[in-house]
Write a protein that binds this ligand. Sequence first.
Ligand SMILES: Nc1ncnc2c1ncn2[C@@H]1O[C@H](COP(=O)(O)OP(=O)(O)OP(=O)(O)O)[C@@H](O)[C@H]1O
Length: 906
Amino acid sequence: MEMKSPPPCPNTVTVRRNPPRRARPTPSTNPHQNLIPPSSSSKSNKPDILPFPMQDILSMEIPQNPQPHPPPSSPTPASVSENLRVYLRIRPLVPPKTSKDVVDQKRKKIAWPQNPVAKNGIREKNTKKKSCKICISVNDPQSVTLSPPPALQDSKRIKSVVYEGFSRVFAADSSQNEVYDIMVKPLVEDFLNGRNGMLAALGPSGSGKTHTVFGTAREPGMVPLALQHIFKQTKECGSKLSRSFYISIFEIYSEGGKAERMLDLSPGGADLTMQQSTVKGLQEVAIADTAHAESLIASAMLRRSTAMTNANSQSSRSQCIINIHSLLNKCDKELDVQSNNAVLTIVDLAGAERERRTGNQGSRLLESNFINNTSMVFGLCLRVYMQATQRDFFEQLTRFNNVDEQPNSVHHKRHIQSLYGVEEPKRKKYCGLDANEKKEGKSTGDEHLLLEEGCTKVTDGPRISKFNSIDTAPVKSDCGDWAIRERNHQIMQNFAKALWNVLKEYKEKLTVAEKENGNLNEKLRSEKSRYIELEKELEDFKSCCTCSKENSVEALKVDTDIHAPVHVEGNECSNFDEAPNVVESKCDKSPIVCSLKPGQDQYLFPDVHSKVEAKSHSPNLKASECTGTLTHDQDVTGQVDESVHSPNLKESKCSSTPTWDQDISTQAEVKSYSPTLKASECTSSQHDQDVTSQVGESVHSPNHKESKCGSTPTRDQDISTQSEVKSHHSPNLKAFECTGTATHDQDLTSQAGENDPSPNLKESRCSSTPTWDQDISTEVDMNSHSPQPEASKCGSTQDQDEDFLTKKPLHVPLSKEDAAFIKQCNLDVPDCEIRSNTSCKASNLKKPKRRLPPVSSILLRDISALGIEDEPQKPKGNRGGKKLSAGERTQGSISLIRLLQSNLRL
Ligand SMILES: Nc1ncnc2c1ncn2[C@@H]1O[C@H](COP(=O)(O)OP(=O)(O)OP(=O)(O)O)[C@@H](O)[C@H]1O
């Protein structure tokens, strides 16, 4: 079986719903080609995240006013459902004024109440009547064209509009019979066949509804004609009619704008009430013939509420409903039993009014509002009925098109929106009819608009709808499909608009977010740079703090050396095995000390000197221990530490006035240990032995020391210090003594022998060995080959009290610079020895330099300052005698001083 494609829908137009798209760029020029995720071959690469195609989406143009789908072909009268038909009758122009018109005009003037503004308006309009002309024209039996009045033709607000789709359009010159034959006669025939029907006249006030429905004596309206037709068609059944007819007439009105009421207009009728959908109390009057029916209707019209308005001298103020009930008599057996009962309803609605034209005020205005609301509700009821039964012929038949321009004027839109605002809630209950509803609404609205705004001379006839509630016919499928497509199209279009707006908003938000992100990144970079700077500053600050701590420690140590020397020195010495390395370790830890100002060094080096003094004050040290081994050096360290704790040291450092004897003895003890310390530094056993031997020898050759110490009996303190320093800084001298290679030493020995009576000096002789730190090792080694005495060397640095830093470090082996400096200081040190020492102390080269205080210079200065010439010559031979007082100098010390001065050429 061959399937045939369905025939195309007639008069359909393909509408491009998708917006125009841009031409796709070629792959070579496509800027987004790199955004394509990598293929499986490049899985190793991390796929890029595709950016949101914002630009592409925003570049799409959504038609804001898309061309609506053309409605299907206008249904022909044959295709229109028999249930509902819409007719349009154009009221003829008002004929020239006659005497009756004058009377009417006078009646209008006395009409009450009247709006003075409206009266002026009427007066003005009356003056313009002559210039008015018909603004509605019949295009064909189903369409008309509304044109704006000449005064408004230049305005763009109102354009000519075509209304089409009517079941029939009756021109102004159409007669009552013509209207009846086309519009009502089919309805009456259906009624006579047992089908219910309704004829309703709608339209603005004064448009001729009442005239069409009831007519006049000369021009009977639809009701009389229908009655005539009914009784004419009714067969006689014997003496009686085959049917019985009953008529009921009532009105719905609102007295004074108050609550609506229903009044039975039949003779003897009363107010009616509504019980659900049934009007209770409505009487039906049996009518036997047409005359009887007409008399009843005439009497009812007399009772009907009418009033004079500026729009109509006899304006209907109520909705008048006439029901003609047909009842089949049993005598007529040919008729179907089911068609016994039928009702034909004819409704003359009150015309919609505009306050501006009617000039109603007060209660009349309220009544007008009621009428308008009733008309609107009636229209809604019809619409609901149509939608419920899916019979939208009323909509389908009422179509419009714009002749000159699309009816997209502001006024038109406003009117449509007002209609939709009322009907929207109910409209949502039904689908597929929106487009048609729009058209219907526009049609009705525009029709009203034009008729009310400038077409007062246009005689429009009432639209008469024939409504048959019995017969139902299926809706044509093409109309339903079209409505569904139209609705879907509208939905998609609205969705696209909403999506477009959302994307636009997101784009704006994204732009703002990107800006914020950029700002935050900038801040982050600045914070990072600042953090780096702060970190650098912190490191610098830490280093400064360390230095300052060192300095403060040193300063504190100097300032509070008496009270708390132990902690500082103990802590610093903890990393070292040897006490003499204390000063060295301090240099290691605080290389910045080397760069301190002389003023600071003056604080530092005295402290060092004090420490050394403290070591020398250790009472545990014995001269015999000078021959100790390396292990003994460790003990020395501990002893030195202990000596640091010795309160005697504090006293000696603080007061600097220890008894001469004590100083001498302690110095001698410490000095005896110094070689051992030096040996430990050198880490050379052979060297240590040599040194030890030298020390041992020095222990047994105290003459030199003895003579030196004995030469300063008058200034114990100075002597003790100077002797220490001398011994510290002139190890070559001691070494010279040990080796006995200098004649000058022999002199010293002899001089020292003269000082033998002094026991203290004997002890001090034992201290002829180097007592000072690493410097001793260096200087001893260096000066062991030097024939020059230490005093001569230091004599050149007598006045260099502030050149502490320029002096060679205590423990660091001589470098080239040091050697050069020593040479400058008239130190005749062989280069080879310097090299050997350098190699011996190679491991210490990296250590920062720490220089000794120019004790020698101090010593030399003090020695030079000694006024031994003024000292009286004390008699000899008091060795075993009484002790010298602190301020006295022994003859030996004076001799020693003189000897030193002579040797040092002071
Ligand atoms: N087709 C017509 N031919 C001649 N005169 C007409 C025609 N239609 C209406 N008229 C006249 O127009 C005037 C107003 O008509 P009518 O009272 O029927 O209007 P209406 O629509 O009923 O007004 P309302 O709603 O206020 O009752 C009447 O004087 C009537 O005679």
